[in-house]
Structures are given as structure tokens and as C-alpha cells.
Design a protein around this ligand. Structure first.
Ligand code: CTP
Ligand code: MG
Length: 397
């Protein structure tokens, strides 16, 4: 049988860009506690921010280097993101990068590598594009920013000032032709290196410069975290999502509404527990983050969801929001039915929904109305529910 190869070998390898995120440090300058790369800003770890930005910039293959014994905080920090197992790094950044490069080489190598600090959570996609463009003509490229403050030597007191002309601050990600940086690391004499461009230059590699970005600043001290939180807050946007669902009454079924078993002479027809309220809430949450809809995430054809508690769906949507660093502010529901009466169950539903969403009671509202005996609801053929959710997320960089 003939096989058609649609790409030349060269085109195929062009796509092999790997991002190596080093996250094996101890964050000693921030102080004791969880290493900084695993700490959270607005509910999302620095490492997860860095990884998400690389993926959003089009780098599909992201490898993370962690320190020995950091498997547990790594898992917590990375959540459900489908990444390959982390690589174990060393006592110095250089050793962590080396371990990462060797692991990539052992797995078949790459064409290009972007080496990035997990401690730099905000990575504008434009920087990645500039770096990859520069790699077309150079073996290495780094993002830089000008030095704006006066530079001076310093002991007990201020010493001589130093000329800042021609000096820049070098950031990450740093982009390299993979084979070149691997050879440079292998040839390094073992001295201290705070980044990979030093190691590249020592091996005679010319390093191109592209414009860096203030957002890429590394978080090093406690006050950097305060500033990063404020920066995120200033980019906070509020989005609302709308959900609507209808289920027909069916005999010999339990009636689940808002996560509560409501005594009634019939239940609702449906694949799962048919909780029309939770379905509307799930769709409202998904809508607020532009993440498809209930049927897209939980196809009715999937036997796994037969008879499933719809609280699973709500919790899944909440997880998606949290994974993006978002927060649910408020959920409001209207239930449309002639019977049963919702009033007696309203507070129990609110409490159940608040628990599912991890919200306070004030942030959850349940209302009910009849439709004046009009339409399918008025004829008692089923129950409809509407929900609206307000979610705070962050503008992409
Ligand atoms: N890093 C690493 N392996 C090390 C040391 C550092 O992978 N042995 C990583 C850090 O996790 C961080 C990046 O290199 O993402 C930049 O290092 P730095 O800001 O110095 O982080 P830490 O070494 O963790 O912090 P500190 O120097 O304050 O202890
Ligand atoms: Mg360090």
C-alpha cells in the first residue's frame, strides 16, 4: 500500500519546538514555605501561568523540570493539564536546565527549545513570536529590557556608579537551536551561570536580542507577589454566562432540582439525574468562560453519565473556571414550573448549590415562577430553568 508523506523531513522537524520550564528552585529569596513557582496568584500557580502562556503561544510540547521531592506540589500546581511527567533537576538552575535538555535529547531531541523560568508567570505571545522569528536567522535569541535606574557598586555605603550605557536586563524565555545549546551545556566549565545565554556565548554562539516585556519580570521577592496580584486585579474582567434547560416530566423517576431530592409524584426524563436547575447553571458557567456547553462536555450518548448526579457537571465547570485563574462571583436561577412548589425547598437548594460552587449563600439565588398556565410549563408537561452566572477572569496578555 502506498503511503503519502505530506511533509518533507525538514518541514516536519521545523515544528519540533519544545518549551523547557525550569521549576526546580527553592525560592529562598521569597522566604520559607512553598517554593515560589508553586505559589498561586488569583488561585492559579505561577508554574501553571507560565505553562498556559507557552501553550497559548503555540508551543504544544512543554516539559517541566522540578526539584527532587517536589512531585506533590507539582501535581497540585499543574492540576489536570496533560503534560508529560516532570523531569527532576539539580541544585542550581544550570543543572536543572541540563537535566531537561538531556531528557529531551534522550526522547529524540528537538529542532528548537525555549528555556523559561517558572518564576515568570506572565508571558506575552508577542515575545515568543519575536524569539522564534529571530531563531530563523540565529542560533540563539533572548528578550532584553533597558536598564533605567542608575547603577552603582555598593558595600556598607554607596560606591562608584557604573555606566549603564550598553547594558540590558536579560529575561526568559531564551530561544535556542536545540543541538547548539545542548552542546554548549555539555561543554560548560561548571561555574555559576544565572541563565543559558551565558552558556551559549561561552560556546561561541551568537545571541540575538529581541524586545522583552515588563510583564515578563521574574518574581523574586515577596513584594513582587504583591505587585503581580495588583497587576492581575487591574486586568480583571467580569463576564456573564446564560444557561437554559428544559426536561419533561416522566413517571417513576426521582425529582432532582438544584441538587436536592424534591418529593413529587413524578420526576424528570433525562440521561443523567435530569436536574434541570444544575444543567442551566452548568451552561451559564461554561458560557461565562466561552467553553462550549453541557452536551459538548458530557455527551448524552456517553453511558458514563447515565443516572449521574448533575453536581458532577457543575463541579466540572467550576474546575474549568478555577484552572483558568477565574472566580465565580454570583449565580442566579429562575425555575419555571406549575408544580411542585419550590418555596419550601429554596433554601436547601441554595445551600447545596453554594457548597457545589464554593460560594457564600449571598452569592447564590434561586427564584421560581409559574407561567400563568401558559405553554408547556403551564400545562404541567415539564420544568424549565434559566441561570445566569457572573465570573471574574483575566484579560489575556
Ligand atoms: N531553578 C531551577 N533549579 C534550580 C534553581 C532554580 O529549576 N536549582 C528555577 C527556578 O524554579 C526558577 C528559575 O530557575 O523558575 C529562576 O531561578 P530563581 O529566580 O533564582 O529561583 P529560585 O532559585 O527558586 O529562587 P532563589 O534564588 O530566591 O532561591
Ligand atoms: Mg536561584
Amino acid at each position: 500500500m502506498l503511503t503519502f508523506v505530506s511533509m518533507t523531513k525538514n518541514e516536519a522537524s521545523m515544528g519540533r519546538t519544545v518549551a523547557l520550564v525550569v521549576a526546580a528552585g527553592s525560592g529562598s529569596r521569597v522566604g520559607a514555605g512553598l517554593p515560589k513557582q508553586f505559589r498561586r496568584l488569583a488561585g492559579k500557580s505561577l508554574l501553571a501561568f507560565a505553562v498556559d502562556h507557552l501553550i497559548r503561544a503555540g508551543i504544544e510540547d512543554v516539559r517541566v523540570v522540578i526539584g527532587p521531592g517536589q512531585e506533590e506540589p507539582y501535581r497540585e500546581a499543574i492540576g489536570a493539564r496533560p503534560l508529560p511527567s516532570p523531569i527532576v533537576g539539580g541544585a542550581e538552575r544550570r543543572e536543572s536546565v541540563r537535566a531537561g535538555l538531556e531528557a529531551i535529547a534522550a526522547a529524540g531531541g528537538a529542532e528548537r527549545v525555549l528555556i523559561h523560568d517558572a518564576a515568570r508567570p506572565f508571558l506575552p505571545g508577542a515575545v515568543v513570536r519575536r524569539l522564534l522569528d529571530a531563531l530563523e536567522t540565529h542560533e540563539a535569541a533572548v528578550p532584553v529590557l533597558p536598564v533605567v535606574d542608575t547603577l552603582a557598586h555598593c558595600g556598607e555605603r554607596l560606591g562608584e556608579s557604573a555606566a549603564r550605557d550598553g547594558l540590558v536586563r536579560v529575561q526568559t524565555p531564551q530561544a535556542f537551536r536545540f543541538d547548539a545549546i545542548l552542546a554548549a551545556h555539555r561543554a560548560w566549565d561548571g561555574g555559576l551561570a544565572t541563565d543559558d545565554s551565558q552558556i551559549a556565548r561561552a560556546a561561541g554562539i551568537e545571541v540575538a536580542i529581541v524586545a522583552g516585556d515588563a510583564a515578563l519580570e521574574k518574581l523574586t521577592f515577596e513584594e513582587d507577589f504583591v505587585r503581580a496580584e495588583a497587576m492581575l486585579a487591574s486586568r480583571s474582567v467580569s463576564r456573564t454566562g446564560l444557561g437554559f434547560d428544559v426536561h419533561a416530566f416522566a413517571p417513576r423517576r426521582d425529582l432532582w432540582l438544584g441538587g436536592i431530592l424534591v418529593p413529587h409524584d413524578q420526576g424528570l426524563a433525562g440521561h443523567s439525574d435530569a436536574d434541570v436547575v444544575l444543567h442551566a447553571v452548568t451552561d451559564a458557567l461554561l458560557g461565562a468562560i466561552g467553553a462550549d456547553d453541557l452536551g459538548g462536555h458530557f455527551p448524552p450518548s456517553d453511558p458514563r453519565w447515565a443516572g449521574a448526579s448533575s453536581s458532577l457537571f457543575v463541579e466540572h465547570a467550576r474546575g474549568l473556571i478555577e484552572a483558568r485563574g477565574g472566580r465565580i462571583d454570583h449565580v442566579d436561577v429562575t425555575i419555571l414550573c406549575e408544580a411542585p412548589r419550590i418555596g419550601p425547598h429554596r433554601e436547601a437548594m441554595r445551600e447545596r448549590l453554594a457548597a457545589m460552587l464554593r460560594l457564600s449563600l449571598q452569592a447564590v439565588s434561586i427564584k421560581a415562577t409559574t407561567t400563568d398556565r401558559l405553554g408547556f410549563v403551564g400545562r404541567g408537561e415539564g420544568i424549565a430553568a434559566q441561570a445566569i452566572a457572573t465570573v471574574r477572569t483575566w484579560e489575556d496578555l
